[in-house]
Design a protein around this ligand. Structure first.
Ligand code: PLP
Length: 592
């Protein structure tokens, strides 16, 4: 009954304060602020706020206006009309269509830290006082178990010159009884904001300190170097429900197998050519154990490039090898298989791990030739190369196993996760065994191993990531295109290294000299733009690997300190890119 009244008014007045049955916009904003007071001062970091009876989502507009970036908003309403307005205005936000009082309503959809109901209980139209009270009580009692920290709602006051028949005026004592029953003494009431109503707050933990969340600074907010974006909770939900039903949480359950199949399809491999892992590093460990085994005294060395992330060296060491660091080719930034086939230490090397630098994919052919000539097994660390390998699988996939990382910072991500891809399904089977205690069909450990399995929960994220992969990749590439356009305009495009040359999650700026690198870094810092030397200044400069034996590393030494990782995110705003390019221009000019 209430619903059709609200829809009538919304139909008549449209998406305005009046349309939401509020007399004016100023009072409405005042109420929004009073509602947001529910968030405790102690709540640092993101909080999930459910706006029950969200209508057209104007509270979210208010949150965005105030730049309260710590609030993760979930709007909930029964009105399809209001939700249609809300979704059109905020396509990136979550709005759920739910009647929380209905039997069987899926209350998990509104699970949150804080719940507010602004104006949900202020108008009763022609409902009786008792009916309206029952609606209030049922609603609050039903949502209370799904709220982690606190709720707030407003009611019309009894302390007024006259009561309106269509509004719900409630004695504070009645509300206090209801809330004390739920929250013990952890209840507050406020009637100090100049309107004919009051707001009640109930908390789950002691000592609620009411205060506004600190607004983010307006001008020149810092730009983080990386803001990963993984599938949102509502995309995960169907997969998580399958886990609930199956009660299988790991050990290659249905979701993990479906995920492996999905990745295999993307890479044009048979399903059994892809093995999932708990991380890129464990995928490396399992694959090295499967193809080269543990280090043997006569072949103790594992050849790795200086031009990589530490994980490559950490993984070979976990398999008992001593890393031996070689230099890379100045154009490809990769180990050179032709040159390495002549390496003087070849007869002491047990495994070679070429790396796909920043996701630039490693061609198979020459490494197959290397493996044939030398008899030394090769494992490609293609951690960040999923998107580039996908473009030309026949060139970059083959009998030599390729490992990938699905870490949150990589463009295709499951949070933590990894995988191995190969056309050799027998090899893939051995990798799976190495990642699962050396078990194959029996519970008998038959080979060196570890536990590197992906859980069903990570596979759920992976499946949702596959669902949205097309648009995520397009978004990352659009960011690259914007960078390129702006850098071209200022004559710096020749220093920009990005997709499709390397993986889509990197935007690299290669400075001309160390001086320019210093000047550009200074200018970025000044503009509060975060950047990263993703591989540091090379593996040999990591404290733990400082004493590791290595070749002359002139190329890596020369390039890495000049190679700056610029900010990246699928939703990096063009305004941010403009700021970044301005800072680069400034820095590069200063160095001349
Ligand atoms: C990210 C990365 C890894 C490690 O992957 P994790 O999933 O974080 O274990 C290994 N090698 C390279 C080159 C990487 O970039």
């Amino acid at each position: 009954m209430l619903l059709h009244h609200f829809d009538d008014i919304l139909g008549k007045f449209g998406d305005t304060a009046k349309g939401a049955h509020w007399p004016n916009e100023k009072d409405r904003r005042k109420r929004f602020d009073v509602m947001l007071d529910v968030i405790e001062q102690s709540a640092t970091g993101p909080v999930v706020l459910c706006d029950l009876g969200c209508g057209t989502g104007e509270l979210l507009a208010h949150i965005r206006r105030r730049e309260l970036n710590n609030i993760v908003y979930v709007g909930a309403d029964r009105s399809k009309m209001a939700l249609a307005y809300a979704r059109a205005k905020f396509p990136d936000a979550t709005f759920v269509d739910i009647d929380v009082t209905a039997r069987g309503a899926d209350l998990d959809l509104i699970a949150c830290d804080y719940l507010v109901a602004n104006g949900l209980f202020t108008v009763k139209f022609e409902l009786s006082q008792a009916q309206m009270w029952s609606f209030l009580e049922t609603t609050i009692c039903r949502v209370w178990p799904r709220v982690r920290r606190g709720v707030a709602f407003n009611l019309m006051s009894k302390v007024v010159d006259w009561e309106r028949d269509d509004l719900f005026h409630v004695p504070m004592d009645d509300t206090a009884h209801l809330l004390h029953g739920l929250a013990g003494r952890r209840v507050r009431m406020r009637a100090d904001y100049g309107l004919y109503e009051y707001t009640s707050y109930a908390y789950k933990s002691d000592h609620p300190t009411l205060s506004m969340p600190a607004p983010a600074p307006r001008a020149e907010a810092p730009i983080p170097v990386l803001r990963p974006l993984l599938p949102r909770a509502d995309r995960l939900m169907p997969y998580l429900r399958r886990i609930d039903a199956a009660r299988v949480y790991s050990n290659y359950g249905a979701l993990t197998l479906e995920f492996e199949q999905g990745v295999a399809d993307r890479l044009a491999l048979p399903a059994r050519g892809v093995v999932s892992a708990s991380s890129g590093t464990t995928a490396l460990v399992g694959t090295i154990l499967a193809v080269a085994g543990k280090a043997r005294p006569e072949r103790l060395l594992a050849l790795v490039p200086a031009f990589t992330f530490v994980a490559t060296a950490a993984a070979v060491e976990r398999c008992g090898y001593q890393p031996y660091i070689a230099d890379v080719d100045p154009t490809t930034w990769m180990l050179d298989p032709v040159r390495l086939a002549q390496h003087p230490l070849l007869d002491r090397i047990g495994v070679v791990v070429p790396v796909a630098p920043f996701g630039r994919p490693v061609p198979q052919a020459q490494w197959q030739e290397f493996q044939r000539l030398t008899g030394i097994p090769v494992v490609i660390d293609g951690a960040a190369s999923f998107d580039t390998v996908e473009e030309a699988p026949d060139q970059f996939l083959g009998p030599i196993p390729l490992i990938m990382s699905f870490h949150a910072t990589k463009c295709f991500a499951t949070g933590e996760g990894g995988g191995v891809a190969t056309t050799d399904v027998d090899l893939a089977r051995r990798v799976k065994k190495a990642l699962n205690y050396g078990f194959h069909s029996a519970r008998d450990s038959r080979s060196p191993s570890t536990n590197g399995k992906m859980s069903e929960f990570h596979a759920a994220v992976g499946l949702a990531e596959l669902d949205g992969w097309g648009s995520k990749k397009a978004a990352l590439r659009a960011v690259v295109a914007r960078y390129r356009r702006r850098l071209t305009r200022v004559g710096l495009a020749d220093r920009y290294v990005a997709s499709p040359d390397i993986g889509a999650s990197y935007n690299l700026f290669l400075c001309r000299s160390l001086e320019e690198s210093a000047a550009v870094q200074e200018s970025l810092r000044f503009a509060r733009i975060d950047f990263r030397l993703w591989y540091g200044e090379g593996l040999q400069h990591q404290t733990y690997f400082r004493d590791v034996a290595h070749d002359a590393l002139g190329v890596s030494e020369e390039i890495l300190p000049r190679l700056l990782g610029l900010p990246t995110a699928p939703d990096l705003a063009d305004a941010s890119i403009a700021r970044i390019v301005a800072a680069l221009t400034e820095g590069a000019r200063g160095a001349k």
